[in-house]
Ligand binder design. Structure first.
Ligand code: HEC
Length: 117
């Protein structure tokens, strides 16, 4: 191998590495099946439809509300873990359901799934 062949080999390796780095998503992809299963286990659909308003807003409505907000994920995670007051259509307020999940990653996945509706 002469010098120029070595150089070409190094360039090819560098380009492959760069291509792989760009191929990896900037954020973890939403696992929709896991999100729906978690929502079902927690009875979220009793009060929220995907597109239909029930006692709570539809997930589509919430996605629209949070669209473009940089702290959207954090706000939904907070909403699901803090038991903050939720206002019902008849104007009474009660603590929002606190989600049961195995870890925060699972809750973040659900939050991002809601945001993707
Ligand atoms: C007993 C009914 C009920 C259950 C069960 C319930 N929610 Fe809600 N949720 C509400 C109501 C009512 C609101 C509206 C709160 C408000 O606007 O003050 C709400 C609001 C929300 C919002 C919007 C928050 C915001 O800041 O705009 C999201 C997202 C949400 N719920 C997700 C969930 C998820 C996920 C679950 C399951 C873990 C769940 N909810 C379970 C009644 C419920």
């Amino acid at each position: 191998m002469n010098k120029s062949q070595i150089y070409q080999g190094l360039m090819a390796a560098a380009l492959t590495t760069a291509a792989l780095a760009f191929a990896a998503p900037a954020y973890a992809a939403v696992d929709a099946a896991a999100a729906e299963a978690l929502a079902r286990q927690n009875n979220c659909f009793k009060c929220h439809g995907l597109t239909k308003k029930k006692d709570g807003p539809s997930f589509q409505e919430s996605a629209a509300k949070f669209k473009g907000k940089p702290d959207a994920e954090a706000r939904i995670v907070h909403h699901l873990t803090s038991g903050e007051k939720a206002k019902f259509p008849d104007d009474h307020e009660e603590d929002h359901k606190i989600i049961k999940a195995k870890d925060e990653a699972e809750i973040k996945n659900l939050a991002n799934w809601i945001l993707s509706q």
